[in-house]
Design a binder for this molecule. Sequence first.
Ligand code: 5RP
Length: 254
Amino acid sequence: LQVTALRRTFCSNMDSKIALDAAKKLAARAAVDQWVTEETKVVGIGSGSTIVFVVDRIAERVWKEGALSDMICVPSSYQARKLILDHNLTLGDLDRNCRIDVYIDGADEVDSGMVLIKGGGGCLMQEKIVASCAKSVIIIADYTKKSLRLGEQWCKGIPIEVAPMAYVPIKHKIEELFGGEAQLRIALKKAGPIVTDNGNFLLDWRFVAKREYNWYEVNLAISMIPGVLETGLFVDMATKCYFGMADGTVKVQS
Ligand code: 5RP
């Protein structure tokens, strides 16, 4: 009986993963086809599981359709860099390509005003830097990421990248200023803190979901705490968001 129950859970988890992957792929394809054209010379590549479908589609356009031959891809993480190289696309960097035509990335949650929570994969700092160099920032996600207000969906909190020596004072300052709880992100099996691509720690701040926050002010105040390197709050950055929906359509938010 236990084995049957386990198998059922496994199958339904697999079904929902397949459905979410289909939704991510839909959003990725729609965004690439709309935003990555022959005029696009430099594209910024975000991080996470959804971005994999973006790079797949770009590579399909380059290698199967013979398009986008001169396009350079600027990564936002070690993962993105590897994706670009694995797909044989042209790798760029901000030293040589600091004017990016379009940056495409996923998100952990998007509210009705297109404020984003990012950094579930721990790459928020480089993501925000690369995004800030782009004329257009296009977000792609499956339907579970779309909210009216942040905190509506189950979410691990807002990731904040911090200097390792300062994580305890920063945690206390955030909790005193805005409530909730800021937790150090720990690696699986409690092997110690997760270390970002930049050698820093991450705090996941579980804010008070029912409280009314002004995210612009919150982002500013947290960014001012010494030792905070970047927050996963992306305010006024997204140009458009593409959501792959459960019914096979794509919803565009702007
Ligand atoms: C990584 C990110 C990701 O874009 C975000 O976590 C969404 O990831 P996924 O596409 O796997 O749902 O910000 O730092």
